[in-house]
Design a protein around this ligand. Structure first.
Ligand SMILES: [Fe+2]
Length: 398
């Protein structure tokens, strides 16, 4: 068996028409952030609101982005109070900051929380609140201010996706706005910006990216295009994640990990995610387990469950992760893949289970309904999950 991606085509009906969408301008590479000024000139913008979180502001990255914009003649303002796992109310505070100046571009700098908040500010610049009314797929009527998105972690893929995930603290659910109107005008992925990310965040966001790659690869909506990106994302993340967690200053490994995350973002934009993400959201909403960590805690058991739905693809995942699959049946190779994911999670310090993340055991049953209500993700999962199966996976992950 070898990774010949053309071999994925016969699995699709030849008369299936599928889309492939990405933001109009993507830049990747060490030093890419230096292009900010030129790109803002190209967009013809004059006043930028930089949206970031306190940590990224303190690290000086948001300040550097502002300097680059100012040198290019763009006046900048700063909103640096982005919450992790942003609540709907926190997005409204950022919207209020944006309304206090006549900005014509929103520049998101940070992890997924900052980039999603920037998308929320853009959405609300022309669409009335509350933001909850746009939860769902393609429910946003008007395109808001353009965004330039600059990730400082390698994992969420938010700079590429048309999704923004918010915590509706009143209804206690995390839900997503998915709309082509949320695509960034420009995404700038500079791996050097991730050099200072601490090991725990590097690990959680890295496993989030791996989850994106794997879930989109085996997704119902996977296409020959997304298979290319997903499989190479798995290869890059498996090859680099341990190194970037162990030695964050390794520029080559940070480059490989950021490229893997970037590819995984392209893949989920077009193929979506599945059961692992659906099961992760209730944990984030109820117990504030960070998104990447929620996925990391659930991924091995979810894959074990999903494995039988697509043994050939699961076998290719094992090969992409560098496992010795030569001569093995798809079933045996697929199991090696699941084991390799479990080992990778362990090696980068993911806690043994949900118990260690502070989730009480009697809460598990209450998560099932929330997980199954994420229909956008559930219907995209290769195996149709029952409530019993979902509860079993939560328990296995405990
Ligand atoms: Fe994710």
């Amino acid at each position: 068996m070898s990774i010949v991606t053309i071999a994925t085509i016969p699995e699709r009906r030849p008369d299936t028409v599928y889309p492939f969408r990405v933001p109009p301008a993507l830049f990747f590479g060490a030093g890419a952030v230096e292009l900010m000024g030129g790109e803002s000139k190209r967009l013809g913008v004059a006043r930028a609101l930089v949206v970031t979180d306190p940590g990224v502001a303190k690290a000086g990255i948001a300040g550097h982005v502002r300097e680059l914009l100012e040198v290019a003649g763009v006046t900048t303002g700063l909103y640096d109070q982005v919450e992790t796992e942003p609540s709907v109310a926190s997005v409204e505070r950022a919207v209020a900051a944006a309304q206090s100046g006549s900005y014509d571009v929103i520049v998101g700098v940070g992890g997924g929380s900052a980039l999603d908040t920037a998308k929320g500010v853009s959405l609300r610049s022309v669409n009335a609140g509350p933001i909850q009314r746009y939860f769902g797929v393609e429910l946003v009527p008007k395109t808001g201010l353009p965004t330039i998105l600059v990730p400082t972690t390698a994992g969420t893929g938010s700079e590429i996706t048309p999704n923004a995930i918010f915590d509706d603290t009143e209804r206690k659910v995390k839900a997503g706005v998915v709309s082509h109107r949320l695509f960034a005008q420009v995404a700038v992925v500079d791996p050097d910006l991730t050099l200072g990310v601490p090991p725990q965040v590097t690990a959680a966001s890295g496993i989030d990216a791996l989850t994106h790659a794997i879930e989109s690869y085996i997704a119902v909506r996977a296409t020959p295009h997304t298979d290319l990106y997903a499989l190479d994302a798995i290869r890059l993340i498996a090859a680099n994640l341990r190194t970037v967690v162990a030695r964050g200053s390794d520029r080559a490994a940070r480059y490989g990990q950021a490229l893997g995350s970037f590819y995984a973002g392209i893949s989920i934009t077009n193929a979506g995610t599945g059961l692992c993400h659906a099961m992760a959201y209730p944990l984030g909403s109820a117990y504030h387990v960070p998104h990447g960590m929620s996925n990391a805690l659930l991924l091995p058991a979810v894959l074990e469950y999903n494995m039988v739905a697509d043994l050939p693809k699961m076998a290719r995942i094992a090969e992409a992760m560098g496992e010795p699959v030569e001569g093995l049946s798809d079933r045996d190779a697929a199991q090696l893949g699941v084991d390799a994911v479990r080992q990778l999670c362990k090696d980068v310090g993911v806690p043994a289970g949900l118990r260690d993340a502070g989730v009480p055991e009697d809460a598990l049953e209450g998560f099932v309904e929330g997980a199954l209500s994420a229909q956008r993700l559930i219907t995209n999962n290769p195996r149709v999950p029952t409530a019993d199966a979902v509860l079993r996976i939560y328990r296995e992950s405990y």
